[in-house]
Design a protein around this ligand. Structure first.
Ligand code: PLP
Length: 283
């Protein structure tokens, strides 16, 4: 079945769905996006995603293209037209189309594009054995909290990870701290069983999955510490993990080819994976 996309008021076959050559997203990466997991036709944690979208738009001074409820209708209609019960919804909003000029266009209308695809969630093996990450310098800009479509450093880092046969690249800042992955948040568990992850600030994207995981951990009595951790700490951690909408929560069992602890997923991360499954109502 042909995939259907929504672009600026129209539902069309994805193949013929295009945006204008002078769309500011295309020319300046002047836009934001969201990725939402759909399970059994339910858009998981939709409110949190739409809250973050509103924050990203406000931070860049881009007007929402429509009210929130109307946007939800567009999302569900695009989903319905693609006839997938489990899916990944992608939505992108840019500052719109205008003659190329760095200045914001006056009275411009933002562009909205929505696509849906069949999800590729982690398999049994990755969940049971964990995944490997490599490390790369964090070359990104100073507002990583905005879910901007400007992702070139992330793309470069992720590509290096794939070439190295790894799932993800963890990004290391100038102080030697792990900020996050190229497309996921990063965690370690210390010798006392505490879950440690970078605090919310301009250096990381506040993942929706991260916010859920931290809530589930605290509710379960797992101590959570939001502070930067160094690569050295990660190498001697008892456990490590990454999270994102499409990766869910996954154990990280090797960093730069060195096993984390005994190279197998540990019980804190396993417990959180089970709780996250319950949160999504899939177990
Ligand atoms: N950090 C970055 C840089 C990301 O690109 C993503 C997701 O794409 C995440 C973290 C995880 O965010 P979420 O859990 O909302 O998918």
């Amino acid at each position: 079945m042909a995939r259907i996309a929504y672009v600026n008021g129209r539902y069309r076959p994805l193949q013929g769905a295009t945006v204008a050559a002078e769309d500011r997203g295309y020319q300046f990466a002047d836009g934001v996006y969201e990725v939402i997991k759909v399970l059994g036709e339910r858009a998981c944690d939709l409110e949190r995603h739409l809250d973050r979208l509103a924050r990203s738009l406000a931070a860049l001074d881009i007007a929402p293209p429509m009210p929130r409820r109307a946007l939800e209708s567009v999302l569900f209609e695009t989903l319905r037209r693609n006839r997938l019960a489990d899916a990944i919804l992608y939505l992108q909003i840019t500052r719109g189309t205008a003659p190329r000029n760095h200045l914001f266009p006056k009275g411009g209308r933002p562009s909205l594009m929505v696509t849906v695809r069949r999800p590729v969630f982690p398999g049994e093996r990755e969940r049971e054995e964990g995944v490997g990450v490599i490390t790369r310098p964090d070359l990104r800009w100073g507002r990583c909290d905005i879910k901007s479509i400007s992702l070139l450093p992330n793309v470069m880092a992720r590509q290096s990870a794939a070439v190295a046969g790894c799932r993800e690249a963890w990004l290391i800042d100038r102080e030697g701290m792990v900020t996050e992955g190229s497309a996921s948040n990063a965690y370690i568990v210390d010798a006392s069983g505490r879950l440690i992850t970078h605090p919310l600030n301009e250096r990381i994207l506040g993942g929706v999955t991260r916010s859920v995981i931290l809530e589930l951990a605290r509710r379960d009595g797992i101590e959570v510490i939001e502070r930067p951790f160094s690569l050295d700490e990660a190498h001697v951690a008892r456990e490590a993990a990454l999270s994102s909408t499409s990766s869910w929560l996954l154990p990280v069992t090797a960093i730069d080819g060195r096993p984390v602890s005994n190279g197998m997923p540990g019980h804190v991360v396993r417990r959180l994976m089970a709780l996250y499954g319950e949160h999504l109502e899939v177990v």
